[in-house]
Design a binder for this molecule. Structure first.
Ligand code: 4NP
Length: 171
């Protein structure tokens, strides 16, 4: 088991954690898309990539079948077991990336309980098409179009997030 897999220690890899509410729709998608984008640049091995939810509603569940279906349609396989974010994540991950303002508020409050160097961002702060709306909307209670729209936003944002991280780490 790697040190990262124990969940409590930093490795020499760059840690990126994506966070939403349930950890079954948006954040496991962002985890898979970011890994795919990094892999396409030959950089996947340089990263420790994971996702988590601010809630424990779906702990242990796989990603939502609608998220998995949309990803599969685009050639991406998603594998994840939902978990709740924990305070130790701010030591393990260099970037903690929230899907919406509510998630960001929760992780900012949690992050205050320990000293850490993690950067906290909204994912769509990296979406050049976002305009004033920096949220990845929660698709859970909506129709199938929501999952396709979310996938587009996440893909655009992850590409620019990777550029941001590359520029900070001379990758
Ligand atoms: P996610 O979507 O935060 O993108 O994983 C949700 C999944 C489940 C629930 C809400 C949002 N829920 O209330 O169970």
């Amino acid at each position: 088991m790697t040190r990262a897999a124990t969940g409590d220690a930093k490795t020499d890899r760059i840690g990126v954690l994506f966070v939403c509410l349930g950890n079954i729709c948006r954040s496991p998608l962002a985890e898979g898309v970011f890994r795919d984008v990094a892999d396409a640049e030959g950089l996947a091995g340089r990263f420790d990539i994971d996702s988590a939810g601010t809630s424990d509603y779906h702990t242990g569940d796989p990603p939502d079948p609608r998220t998995v279906g949309e990803a599969k349609r685009r050639g991406l396989v998603l594998e994840h077991s939902a978990r709740q974010i924990r305070v130790e994540d701010f030591a393990r991950f260099d970037y903690v990336i929230a899907m919406d303002a509510s998630n960001l508020g929760k992780i900012e409050r949690l992050a205050k309980s320990m000293s850490h160097d993690a950067e906290l961002h909204l994912l769509r702060a990296f979406d050049g098409d976002a305009g004033d709306d920096l949220e990845v909307p929660d698709p859970y209670f909506g129709g199938p179009d929501g999952f396709s729209d979310v996938h587009d936003m996440v893909e655009r944002s992850c590409r620019t997030l990777l550029e941001h991280i590359r520029s900070h780490h001379a990758l």
